[in-house]
Design a protein around this ligand. Structure first.
Ligand code: FES
Ligand code: FES
Length: 153
């Protein structure tokens, strides 16, 4: 089937198999490998992208469901070599170690800050509740998200 959508601000069109998941479409067809595939069953959040404004697990979405959709991946955060405030804040707060969860964390946080640039601790924890990190604990991540929010206000 033919699939057309907007990814990171650019129109894309591909012929795909109807059973292709969004994460595989992004990684394999579009070569946007920043989005990670961890569990593949909606448990880890590593594959989180923003779909029509909401953070979603792209392993649970069929690409065919995204006809005409607007998708942002972690590659969208850096613009002309300038990192997003979230990326800078994650580095400043040492909010990553192995980095496997980081793309998903960033996109869950981005979706939150676009809606609410001044989130409470509870709101941050709720936004990243589907994102598992086995390395850092969550304190540095929540601190990084809260500080990045100041740049979105
Ligand atoms: S790979 Fe999608 S939630 Fe784990
Ligand atoms: S930094 Fe390793 S899983 Fe989060």
């Amino acid at each position: 089937m033919k699939l057309a959508m907007i990814v990171n601000g650019a129109a894309v069109e591909r012929d795909i198999s109807p059973d292709t998941t969004l994460v595989d479409f992004l990684r394999r067809e579009l070569k946007l490998a920043g989005t990670k595939k961890g569990c593949g069953i909606g448990e880890c959040g590593a594959c989180t992208v923003i779909l029509n404004g909401d953070a979603v697990n792209s392993c649970l979405v069929l690409a065919a469901q995204c006809q005409g959709a607007v998708v942002y991946t972690v590659e969208s955060l850096e613009q002309d070599g300038v990192p997003d405030p979230l990326q800078r804040s994650f580095v400043e707060h040492h909010a990553l170690q192995c980095g496997y969860c980081t793309a998903g964390m960033l996109m869950s946080a981005k979706a939150l800050l676009m809606r609410n640039p001044n989130p409470s601790e509870e709101e941050i924890l709720s936004a990243i509740s589907g994102n598992l990190c086995r390395c850092t604990g969550y304190q540095t991540i929540t601190r990084a998200i809260r500080q990045a929010g100041e740049a979105y206000q």
